[in-house]
Design a protein around this ligand. Structure first.
Ligand code: PHE
Length: 337
């Protein structure tokens, strides 16, 4: 039997070179496994004399105990190190900023439109809609604007055919509702309108809101009260409101409505062109001819109507000085609302 202390030395030397749990386990199999060194040596004890055998057996068992202890210690150590490095490599810095999507925003025209709808529905108005591709009849004829009427020149119309147009205003919805529903009526009609015009202050498509109130005794005083209340709500309760005589074929009398310039407070500036006033909407008492053309008897009813551009109101509310910004879809602009 060879020197057992040599076996111990060799084993410890070899163990010193092993680093991973896997390597240490391999070493355990090599020495202590079923076909390992210790088993082989135990078998060879049979060839020894009885007292030599007992002594050699004892030494082998001592070695086995030492090897088991050393292997277990080293394995536990390796296991700890491997776990620590795994944890370090998989660590997550929870303080890092996350990946986020910027939320969408409502377009300023949509914002103004919703606010105006909210104000009028608060006064008992309902919301109506009409087609953007409209019959000449509803866009002009039924609004007391016959074929040769000079008022047709006021609006640069996109013609689809001789009797179909892109609506140039939301006023055709007045007629469609009058034909369909029985007075008393109180409604607004928001939507897109089209005019063949493009420069700093005009785009071929823009938005309007039409309004109409029809009943037995609707007067110009009602028109003034409703529009004044509305303008004080969208702008400010202090803003001065002025009614100025005007002309529309479908209203009589007609008035354009101005507010005191919200930029200079009425002193006169570039925005109000020195007048101190800013035009906001067109309005008037429904022309009896419009009732007749819609099949209603103007002797029993009266009403008022008004119409206004949304982009214009958005420009005033948000201090936007270029109409084209609304349609360029630049996120740096849109993200501000
Ligand atoms: N439709 C008119 C325009 O586009 C505005 C208006 C509507 C005027 C209703 C009076 C009554 O200019």
């Amino acid at each position: 039997m060879e020197d057992p202390s040599r076996l111990t030395r060799e084993f410890l030397e070899e163990l010193g070179t092993k680093k991973t749990v896997g390597e240490i386990e391999e070493l355990r199999v090599k020495y202590l496994g079923k076909k390992g060194t210790v088993t082989e040596k135990l078998k060879s004890l049979a060839r020894l004399a009885p007292d030599e055998r007992r002594e050699a057996g004892r030494l082998l068992n001592d070695f086995k105990a030492l090897a088991e202890r050393e292997l277990a210690l080293k394995k536990e150590d390796a296991r700890r190190r491997e776990l620590a490095s795994k944890l370090a490599s998989e660590a997550i810095d929870v303080s890092l900023p996350g990946i986020f999507r910027r939320p969408g925003r409502l377009h300023p025209v949509t914002l103004v439109m919703s606010e105006i709808i909210r104000i009028f529905t608060g006064m008992g108005f309902t919301v109506e809609e009409g087609p953007e591709v409209e019959l000449d009849h509803y866009n002009f004829e039924a609004l007391n604007i016959p074929k040769e009427h000079p008022a047709r020149d006021m609006q640069d119309t996109f013609y689809i055919s001789s009797d179909i147009v892109l609506r140039t205003h939301t006023s055709p919805v007045q007629v469609r509702v009058l034909e369909k529903k029985k007075p008393p009526l109180r409604f607004i009609a928001p939507g897109k309108v089209y005019r063949c015009d493009a420069d700093v202050s005009h785009t071929p498509m823009f938005h309007q809101i039409e309004g109409m109130m029809v009943g037995e005794n609707v007067t110009f005083a009602n028109l003034k009260a409703v529009l004044e209340a509305f303008l004080h709500k969208v702008f400010s309760p202090q803003v001065p409101v002025r009614f100025r005589p005007s002309y529309f074929p479908f209203t009589e009398p007609s008035a354009e409505v101005d507010i005191g310039c919200i930029f200079c407070g009425g002193a006169g500036c570039g925005i109000c062109k020195g007048t101190g006033w800013i035009e906001i909407l067109g309005s008037g008492m429904v022309n009896p001819r419009v009732f007749e053309l819609a099949g209603l008897d103007p002797r029993n009813i009266s009403g008022f109507a008004f119409g206004m551009g949304m982009e214009r109101i958005a420009m005033l509310k948000y201090g936007i000085d270029d109409l084209r910004l609304f349609f360029e879809n630049d996120i740096r602009f849109l993200g501000q609302f």
